[in-house]
Design a protein around this ligand. Structure first.
Ligand code: C2E
Ligand code: MG
Ligand code: MG
Ligand code: MG
Length: 284
């Protein structure tokens, strides 16, 4: 593939590439419309305390359904939004909707919300998030923002300033997808973190792989020492759940506990999960 491209004339017509470009432009145009018409929806995936299987909160996951009914994966449209300068608008609208939904939940539940790398280099990010919380009357103490490691390395000083500003009013900070990025342990120590989310590739592999399970153990230990709560992503099986729980991991998230769901499905989920957690406490 690479060889073929090298040997071809620089401006040779490549139908596959043209299609990709056209497709990309089409997605960008559609996304612009979708944001303008406010058709993106927040879905919510439960975050669960592993010791008693009670619900700690929900992570907001953006969902975009096209006219034809198909869903575009967020990995794709978030990147498109970042590149097209649409991410701020997308994110603000989504946060507003997510808060309005979360206001109907029991008041102890946390709302987790992803912030993309691009946004963290915006010096007004903190002000804008706090303005939205005020507008919709959502307590900052119930919001947890999730940032990824790639966001941090760009400008650690500016990132820390923004995070400190948010933390000062009670917003929690979680480091997402831990173990897959490039941040150093030194950076980890500099960041004002409340939570670390261990990437799901560790959860997926640690049952079969002794080395992986040692890594998970030592990352959990690191969290204990730094007094940061730990969450395991991608918990899909009961074995993974029991193992993580035995290791003392505080929180879990994954298909075992629940898939991302629309706001309307949350109340029924909460009733159902209460039954589950009661069963767990009876079993203990
Ligand atoms: P993330 O923040 O790490 O979110 C977790 C992803 O893992 C979600 O994918 C979720 O559906 C998926 N997941 C959860 N449990 C399991 C499991 O047990 N097994 C497997 N295989 N997957 C599981 P999703 O919804 O496709 O989102 C992908 C990524 O897109 C997110 O990763 C996040 O980085 C980004 N994203 C989603 N919504 C937003 C948003 O509103 N803003 C920003 N900036 N990024 C977002
Ligand atoms: Mg996340
Ligand atoms: Mg994650
Ligand atoms: Mg991810």
């Amino acid at each position: 593939e690479a060889k073929r491209r090298k040997s071809s004339v620089p401006c040779a017509y490549d139908p596959q590439m043209a299609e990709t470009l056209a497709e990309r432009l089409r997605i960008e145009t559609e996304l612009r419309d979708a944001i303008a018409n406010d058709t993106l929806m927040p879905y919510f995936q439960p975050l669960v305390r592993l010791n008693n299987r009670t619900v700690y909160g929900f992570e907001t996951l953006a969902r975009w359904q096209r006219q034809d009914g198909s869903f575009v994966p967020p990995d794709v449209f978030i990147r498109t939004a970042e590149n097209a300068g649409l991410i701020t608008d997308l994110s603000d609208k989504l946060l507003r909707k997510a808060c309005l939904a979360a206001r109907n939940w029991p008041a102890n539940l946390i709302l987790a919300f992803n912030i993309s790398p691009r946004q963290l280099s915006d010096q007004f990010l903190g002000n804008r998030l706090l303005r939205i919380l005020k507008e919709v009357d959502f307590p900052p103490q119930r919001l947890s923002i999730e940032i990824t490691e790639s966001a941090i390395i760009r400008d650690i000083g500016e990132t820390v300033r923004i995070l400190d500003q948010l933390r000062a009013v009670g917003v929690r900070i979680a480091l997402d997808d831990f173990g897959t990025g490039y941040s150093s342990l030194a950076q980890l120590a500099q960041l004002p973190l409340d939570k670390i989310k261990i990437d799901r590739q560790f959860t997926a592999n640690f049952m079969e792989n002794d080395k992986q399970s040692k890594i998970v153990r030592s990352v959990l230990e690191l969290g204990r020492v730094l007094e940061i709560s730990m969450l395991a992503e991608g918990v899909e099986t009961d074995e993974q759940y029991q193992m993580l729980r035995a290791m003392g991991c505080y929180l879990g998230q994954g298909y075992l506990f629940g898939r991302p769901m629309p706001a309307e499905a949350v109340p029924a989920y909460l009733i159902d999960s209460q039954r589950n957690s009661e069963n767990v406490s009876l079993a203990n």
